[in-house]
Design a binder for this molecule. Structure first.
Ligand code: ZN
Length: 295
């Protein structure tokens, strides 16, 4: 199944429900970052939630998610936009822990002594930043808590990543459900019951559930699809962007690099693409740093 995301309304537009299958893109992320199983699960859940949050935006708006629970994985960062694109990184990809039942211990790898921070660029004057305390480090609970506390939107978040014994991603995806003003108590009770009785998201996805199937399972058929979109792991890095970063280091630091007389290799932390800057490139960048200083 290809990766895609579905947006739906349910219960006479009193509930918003977005679901996505992200198996291929989380496998792409695993290969790029060489994450070990529990890190893959933590990263995959974060990428999936981030994509869904991106899909809640519009136009060229974007969102950055940062999770730092002081666990062995360190920081998890994900950036996404309204076009279904996501990229991210983790500080320590080579971590893996299991629970006593032999499941991937996502909460332990992430830790829960820290914050989930959301930065939205809504293309208006100010950047919106908000954060909430991590609850369990299991990611889904932490996003639900964030929506309730920081955005005052009661939400349910289900995320799942299944990893094979050899480390490949078997299935990945999830949903974010939000209740909107005017929702009835009956609807809330019914949704709570449906979600409590549901199998874990990763099990459903392994059984071939599509985003529509997830939505159907949660709403028992009472929904209307409004949009479907492809989702993918994309890095938009360019040589020009890294050149700008080098220029911002300033003349003195660039001269130190030139004096070393070695090619400078810069590696993108989101996609591992390498960019080389020769000594003559560095000299040109130094000239640019000099002229930008005069401005
Ligand atoms: Zn890149």
């Amino acid at each position: 199944m290809k990766d895609y995301l579905v947006k739906a309304f349910a219960y006479s537009k009193t509930v918003r429900l977005y679901a996505a299958v992200t198996t291929n893109l989380v496998e792409d992320a695993r290969k790029i970052h060489d994450t070990w199983p529990a890190a893959t699960a933590a990263f995959g859940r974060t990428l999936t939630a981030s994509l869904i949050m991106g899909a809640l935006l519009k136009g060229d708006q974007s969102v950055v998610i940062q999770i730092d629970g002081k666990g062995p994985i360190g920081k998890i960062i994900a950036l996404s936009n309204a076009r279904g694109e996501v990229k991210g990184m983790v500080s320590n990809p080579h971590v893996n822990l299991s629970t006593n039942e032999g499941k991937l211990a996502v909460g332990k790898v992430v830790g829960n002594d820290g914050f989930l921070r959301v930065t939205k660029d809504l293309k208006v004057k100010d950047i919106y930043t908000s954060s909430s305390k991590l609850q369990t480090g299991e990611i889904g609970d932490d996003f639900a808590f964030y929506f309730a506390m920081s955005e005052q939107i009661p939400s349910s978040v289900g995320l799942g990543v299944l990893v094979s014994p050899d480390g490949n991603v078997i299935s990945s995806g999830g949903f974010i459900l939000q209740v909107l003003p005017g929702v009835s108590n009956e609807t809330i009770n019914m949704l709570e019951k449906n979600i409590t009785n549901m199998k874990p998201v990763s099990d459903l996805l392994q059984n071939g559930f599509s985003p529509e199937d997830l939505i159907n399972e949660i709403t028992k058929g009472d929904y209307k699809i409004i949009e479907s979109m492809d989702v993918k792991y994309v890095c938009d890095c360019t040589l020009a962007r890294f050149a700008k970063g080098l220029i911002s280091l300033g003349e003195i630091e660039l001269q130190e690099m030139i004096d070393k007389d070695e090619i400078v290799e810069v590696i993108c932390q989101f996609c591992n693409k390498k960019y080389d800057f020769s000594i003559s490139d560095l000299r040109n960048l130094k000239l640019e740093a000099k002229s930008s200083n005069k401005d």
